[in-house]
Design a binder for this molecule. Structure first.
Ligand SMILES: [Zn+2]
Length: 163
């Protein structure tokens, strides 16, 4: 099986980066980055450079993909189609949307002080980011992306279910 695709995206594609992370793809994104730094990363780490900049896409050559759409959903569709990606439901929300770190299960107890009381009372499964310490749960801000992704991929809404 081929290793999962990895990406680095340019500064104009921050939303796309979050969606790719929501699907579980290792995706680097920097609010500020020089083109040559992005190119370097793409080559050094075998990442596909996603960009809306024709010049940068040309420079990246085979390691680049020029994104045409301006809205995030068609952008995601472009990437999925180009690489024939079939993200699995179990990969959904396996990475932090903010910092790309792999999420780990958190015990309900450890989430107690970290989430609003009504969330704690109504949820049993939490995952956390070891990188930036965010906590995610079914219904957290990631949820809207997951719902829209499910629709885009033509399958029922992925759920964040416990083991
Ligand atoms: Zn994080």
């Amino acid at each position: 099986m081929a290793p999962p695709h990895r990406f680095v995206v340019d500064m104009m594609l921050g939303k796309l980066a979050r969606w790719l992370r929501a699907m579980g793809y290792d995706t680097l994104y920097f609010k500020v980055a020089e083109d040559r730094h992005l190119l370097q990363l793409a080559h050094a780490e075998c990442r596909t450079l996603l960009t809306r900049d024709t010049r940068l896409a040309r420079l990246a050559g085979a390691a680049g993909l020029l994104i045409h759409a301006t809205e995030v959903e068609p952008q995601v569709a472009e990437v999925i189609e180009r690489f024939a990606l079939s993200p699995g439901g179990e990969d959904f929300l396996s990475r932090c949307l903010e910092c790309n770190t792999r999420l780990v299960d958190r015990s309900k107890d450890s989430a107690r002080e970290r989430v609003p009381p009504h969330v704690f009372a109504t949820h049993d499964h939490f995952v956390g980011c070891p990188g930036c310490d965010r906590i995610y749960w079914q219904g957290s801000h990631a949820d809207r992306i997951l719902t829209r992704l499910g629709r885009l991929l033509g399958r029922s809404r992925p759920t964040l279910s416990g083991p």
